[in-house]
Design a protein around this ligand. Sequence first.
Ligand code: SF4
Length: 88
Amino acid sequence: MHCLGLDSGFVIYENKNNQQILPIYIERDDVFLDKLFKKYRKIHKAVQDQEKPKRPYKNTSKHCARCDLAPMCWAENDIDDKQEYEPF
Ligand code: SF4
């Protein structure tokens, strides 16, 4: 909606088992979008500057406990930052 300059739209869910359609009306939330784009700009800048973004959690958090990237994320200097990793 933001890219198209629309104020509202529909998210359409399709049940793959029976092709039943569920349209959900949503209105554009500019406050939410501003926060989201601010976060994306930070990440994009970190990638361009080849710097790791600041971690949003402590390594003891429940988020990190369930994260597949934790061994690399918390390895500090054990991992070569220039190394290419295979996608999952
Ligand atoms: S381990 Fe995962 S969840 Fe935790 S900071 Fe790193 S990337 Fe984020």
